[in-house]
Design a protein around this ligand. Structure first.
Ligand code: NAD
Length: 272
């Protein structure tokens, strides 16, 4: 095999000893199979740990996500972004040897934070972006495709991707979306609803073409959580949410578990 034909693979592992042991085993077996192991410009990124590790791997390589495929090995018990179990290292290596470049791709979220001084920060989320006011009740206007939809009062608002719909969004009472549905979901975090203050109260699924804008009404400190990272900003003018032009690509292998099996395993278990 020519050097240029050999796939470049990056391995990322969470800190626990079990994940490290899996990484060492994988490292040895991938070397024996003549893959190039490097963190620089990989073709494939393998994350070892849980969903949180896959989220970190995504953010580490998001700048080159158009040409990278991700695959996850989970060393805990639950994985939405992780196709392989820790005892399936040999199966993964075999599938990588047979790999022809097949991939499955899912939408991600494009977030633009506009500050009052004109500064703009662009971020991408794989699960969701959640805004909360730090000191008091958040008051914010919500626009969907320029329609002034509602004035929100409460703890915060989460906007999630289809793959993120089973994460924080689900805990907030949002619907589970199949990852191939190109839509975003707005979910309220503890909204105030009484005779004076009113929001829709249910989560809202917004199609690909629509832009969501949230405009906080007070000059104050807000936290913006993007997946597993939280940033604090003063004086946000507004935040725009849209489906990103790029998608995240996963290695499509015979082990790519069906979405409905994952949902069932994670939340329901065996039914008699
Ligand atoms: P973490 O490791 O504590 O993860 C929290 C849990 O969320 C884990 O069990 C993880 O497997 C699960 N998870 C992550 N992505 C998922 C997905 N797409 N579908 C189903 N389950 C998923 O924390 P972390 O590593 O910092 O992960 C951050 C994520 O945790 C956030 O993106 C958010 O979705 C989620 N979260 C959930 C809640 C909640 O449910 N109340 C609160 C905060 C954050």
């Amino acid at each position: 095999m020519k050097n240029t034909d050999r796939k470049k693979i990056a391995l990322l592992s969470s800190k626990n000893p079990k994940s490290h042991a899996v990484m060492n085993e994988l490292w040895t077996k991938l070397k024996e199979a003549h893959f190039i192991l490097t963190p620089k410009n990989p073709d494939i990124v393998i994350s070892i740990g849980g969903d949180g590790m896959l989220l970190s791997a995504f953010h580490k390589y998001e700048a080159i996500m158009d040409r990278v495929r991700f695959v996850g090995i989970h060393t805990g018990h639950l994985g939405f972004y992780t196709d392989y179990r820790d005892f399936e290292v040999d199966k993964l290596v075999e599938n990588l040897k047979l790999d022809t470049g097949a991939r499955v791709s899912y939408p991600i979220l494009h977030v633009r934070v506009k500050m009052m001084n004109g500064r703009e920060i662009v971020m991408r989320a794989l699960n969701e972006a959640t805004i909360k006011r730090l000191s008091k009740t958040m008051v914010a206007d919500v626009f969907i495709n320029k329609v002034p939809f509602e004035r929100f009062r409460g703890d915060g608002i989460s906007v999630s991707t289809p793959t993120g719909s089973t994460a924080y969004n689900k805990s907030l009472g949002g619907a589970v979306l199949h990852p191939t549905i190109e839509a975003l979901q707005i979910a309220e975090v503890a909204s105030l609803n009484n005779r004076v203050y009113r929001t829709l109260g249910s989560s809202i699924v917004v199609p690909k073409k629509d832009k969501i804008v949230i405009e906080p009404k007070h000059d104050d400190r807000y936290s913006v959580s993007i997946d597993n990272r939280t940033f604090v900003y003063d004086n946000i003018e507004q935040i725009e949410y849209q489906i990103d032009n790029s998608k995240i690509h996963f290695l499509a292998t015979p082990s790519h578990t069906s979405f409905w099996n994952r949902v069932k395993d994670a939340f329901i278990g065996e039914v008699e």
